[in-house]
Write a protein that binds this ligand. Structure first.
Ligand SMILES: [Zn+2]
Length: 512
């Protein structure tokens, strides 16, 4: 394990929120484990143990602290910078737990042996894959007990315990209290109506929420998404059920406040995990900034707007369609086309604000007459081909263990070139090192002439090149609003590829 004792100690003594979730503190005597920000009186150094993960602390026999609530921490950074395999495994566990086949299947998908995977987990996280998955489930159960009014039987199912008896036993073992006793202790601020939930999802500060919304707003799909008054809202669809969510910043608590309206509580874990990915809440800013600030072109941008994140997406298929619509047109033009597509082929839905539709499913778009909304014949065929591939399971955006083969499969669709594929990977897979090397906006921002030069230059930013791209695309908050969002869709421009991008002045200058 690579925990630096002195760094942990300093962070603990100063209750530094930038380290929240990067390590946990086991306190000998009380037997609990805490976040770095725990408000309880600070224990003596000789009485504490540091753990890389909550799972490791739990394995060592410590219980979660009821004051700082480790389940509310931003969690283990998704990217550890040390092991790609562990990062990907963590993402897969986050997507579906270990339910489909356990460690063996997980290891197979990652192309390694299960014993090797176990060793990697112990080395980097201090806990086995099973312990990590169990701790996540336990933490989510605790969150549902504390933050919702769901009946315990439903909490048991929603957090993956299967039955109430196992749930009760599990909670009692870990917390030395019954679920009902824990709920009584919770300081819930407001009661939510039925089927509505309010979650506070923590991040490690700083977080540039304004920068995140400035990126999402011009690209929001009319009818499906809306950004207004500092709030992001959208319709959602999970396993055929429809709902709605809304996200806003709770800066004081270093959290994004998420209001979810959804009928089936079993989807809540998926929904909250997806929101974390959408807003890149697991990012470890302290590590990212170390690398980016060494570049003379990036340093001033990073200093001016610290905490910019890489926007993920709610749904990979939706993002891919939106990206194809953006090829060779301005952001504004693409947004107009996306709005027409949704009005024509989407399902009506009653949400708040401008949210009126559910984004059309692949099976609808697979045979849709897309020329009716003003698409060129070739672009319409690209979207239909993508929709068919997704419908038939040839392309999937979930559970991707190998991003290279994912990129290859995307590029096999006529009309999807390298830029489009890399951009989709960057946002749908949350790969922090994904980087569209041929992007015209990036080349111009750095005054470089070729993608090879950019590739060379970007080597120093690894493994955080996606963040560098965001900074280079971003014009910063100081830019005039007329420029912001008026530019081309972040990117295209792999030169000599299917995406080849016309050098239109209006499309170039805002570069994102
Ligand atoms: Zn604590």
């Amino acid at each position: 394990m690579t925990l630096d004792w002195q760094v942990c100690s300093r962070a603990r003594l100063t209750r530094d929120p930038r380290f929240d979730g990067k390590f946990f503190i086991g306190v000998v005597g009380s037997g609990v484990y805490c976040r770095s920000i725990c408000p309880a009186p600070t224990a003596k150094e000789k009485n504490v143990h540091y753990f890389a993960t909550a799972a490791a602390a739990a394995e060592a026999g410590f219980r979660p602290c009821l004051r700082c609530r480790p389940e509310c921490s931003p969690g283990t950074p998704a990217w550890l910078g040390t092991s790609n395999t562990v990062s990907r495994a963590l993402r897969l566990i986050g997507e579906s737990g270990l339910e489909d086949g356990g460690v063996e299947v997980l290891a197979e998908r990652l192309g390694v042996g299960s014993r090797h995977l176990r060793r990697l987990f112990l080395k980097h996280l201090g806990a086995t894959p099973i312990a990590v998955a169990n701790t996540r489930r336990m933490h989510f159960a605790k969150k549902l007990i504390d933050e919702t009014t769901l009946p315990m039987a439903q909490v048991a199912v929603a957090s993956g315990f299967g039955c109430v008896r196992r749930f009760n036993a599990g909670i009692r073992k870990v917390y030395h209290r019954t679920p009902t006793q824990i709920r009584r202790l919770a300081r819930r601020t407001s009661l939510q109506p039925e089927n509505q939930y309010l979650f506070r999802l923590r991040y490690r500060p700083p977080y540039d929420w304004k920068g995140m919304l400035a990126f999402l707003a011009p690209r929001a799909i009319p009818g499906v998404e809306e950004v207004a008054g500092g709030v992001y809202r959208r319709s959602i669809s999970v396993d055929g059920n429809h709902g709605y969510l809304e996200a806003s910043l709770d800066e004081q608590n270093h959290a994004v406040l998420v209001q979810v309206q959804f009928g089936d509580p079993r989807s809540l874990f998926f929904i909250t995990e997806r929101v974390r990915a959408m807003f890149d809440l697991n990012a470890d800013w302290a590590a990212i900034v170390q690398s980016l600030k060494t570049d003379p072109d990036l340093a001033p941008r990073v200093e001016k707007n610290p905490g910019l994140r890489v926007p993920g997406c709610w749904n990979g298929f939706e993002l891919a369609v939106r990206t194809i619509l953006g090829q060779q047109v301005s952001v504004k033009g693409a947004t107009t086309l996306a709005g027409r597509l949704v009005k024509t082929f989407g399902q009506p839905f009653v949400g708040a604000g401008g949210v009126t539709h559910i984004f059309p499913e692949p099976q609808i778009l697979a045979n849709a007459r897309l020329s009716s909304i003003g698409l060129t014949t070739s672009r319409a065929e690209t979207i239909r081909a993508l929709a068919r591939a997704v419908r038939d399971g040839k392309i999937t955006f979930e559970g991707i263990a190998d991003s290279e083969s994912f990129l290859t499969r995307l590029c096999e669709i006529p009309g999807i070139g390298h830029w489009t594929a890399q951009y989709i990977a960057m946002r749908a897979l949350g790969e922090p090192d994904a980087f569209p090397c041929g992007d015209l906006g990036l080349l111009r921002a750095l005054g470089l002439g070729s993608s090879r030069e950019l590739e060379r230059r970007s080597a120093a930013w690894r493994p955080w090149r996606a963040y560098a791209a965001m900074y280079l695309w971003s014009t910063g908050h100081g830019a005039s609003t007329s420029q912001r969002g008026a530019g081309r869709d972040s990117g295209p421009a792999v030169i000599n590829s299917a995406d080849a991008f016309p050098k239109r002045e209006t499309l170039i200058h805002a570069a994102r």
